[in-house]
Design a protein around this ligand. Structure first.
Ligand code: AMP
Length: 301
């Protein structure tokens, strides 16, 4: 037990300048509750950044946004088993806990919530949140039917556990952002959901924990997704018919060696299909597999 934070913290972490900074890392619910109660008692505003770890620049941009807007920043690290199908990459999903902790300490995070699967889903766990609306838009849900119930259940739990004033989610997972926004409203949770822009590598590839699966050849081909998104967004904005532009885009992506799960133009808020760009904010969304890796990306028109 740490005498400073009254939790099962083990962390006096050196930050980038070498000076020591106190960051709590808690793994049990009573410790989390004590830490959150302490923030609330001191009337500190709280931001939550949910992650599955294997942190990169995209996650750290979310943390910086949270840091700018809240007194206390909580980052959760939990590779959520219920959002993976049996044939997906739960076992091989990258886990880099020690590096993650160092990066979060350097980013001046106050509290890391790192529960085990047993803490999140204790024996007898029998309650799921099954979202509809944006969760059934025919995008990620078409390829991953199990996915949004897993996400919604764990996000609902994280929001209830951490009681943040707001939680930050990346536009990288655009449909997820819409699902979580809907969920917070529908369940009358007190937390606001804040979206953060996509962070990209210099060549345009959206940062992702799964990019490390790419072979050198696949990594070279991967920025094609963003190039096609940009090209198609420009064509739609200039008035070309959406269906024809999407067909061209799908062909270009397939030509670069991807198997396309979807490449769609949707209403940016409702995710409904759109036939014309007139008076309608449009988001292009793509999911495609290269080798064993499935990449997703999106762009506003
Ligand atoms: P993950 O660890 O992949 O579940 O992602 C945790 C959060 O980081 C989610 O809200 C993601 O949308 C967000 N995120 C992941 N990659 C990026 C990125 N390249 N830019 C912005 N946000 C991201």
């Amino acid at each position: 037990m740490c005498s400073r934070c009254n939790a099962d913290c083990n962390t006096m972490v050196k930050n980038a300048t070498g000076s020591k900074r106190h960051m709590r890392v808690v793994r049990s619910l009573p410790s989390l509750r004590r830490a959150i109660a302490d923030f609330k008692m001191r009337r500190r505003t709280i931001a939550l950044v949910p992650t599955m770890g294997a942190l990169h620049g995209g996650h750290l941009a979310l943390v910086r946004l949270a840091r700018r807007r809240a007194d206390r920043v909580v980052v959760s690290i939990f590779v959520n088993p219920t959002q993976f199908a049996p044939n997906e990459d739960l076992q091989s999903y990258p886990r880099t806990f020690a590096t993650d902790i160092a990066a979060l300490a350097a980013a001046k995070v106050d509290l890391v919530w790192a529960p085990t699967a047993g803490v999140m889903y204790p024996d007898g766990f029998a309650t799921r949140v099954v979202p509809e609306g944006p969760a059934t838009a025919g995008l990620e849900d078409a390829s991953r039917p199990h996915f949004f119930a897993g996400v919604a259940t764990v996000v609902a739990k994280l929001l209830i556990q951490c009681e943040p004033d707001f939680a930050v989610f990346g536009e990288k997972d655009y449909q997820q952002l819409k699902v979580v926004t809907r969920l917070a409203r529908d369940l009358a949770l007190q937390s606001r959901i804040v979206g953060a822009p996509i962070v990209r590598e210099a060549d345009g590839l959206a940062m992702s924990s799964r990019n490390r699966y790419l072979s050198p050849g696949e990594r070279e081909a991967a920025p094609m997704l963003y190039r096609v998104l940009k090209d198609c967004a420009g064509k739609i904005a200039s008035g070309r018919p959406i269906a024809a532009v999407l067909d061209e885009g799908r062909t270009a992506i397939a030509h670069a060696g991807f198997a396309v799960d979807y490449f769609e133009a949707r209403h940016a808020t409702t995710l409904a299909s759109v036939a014309s760009a007139k008076n309608c904010p449009i988001r292009l969304l793509v999911a495609a597999r290269i080798g064993k890796t499935r990449l997703i990306d999106n762009l506003a028109v």
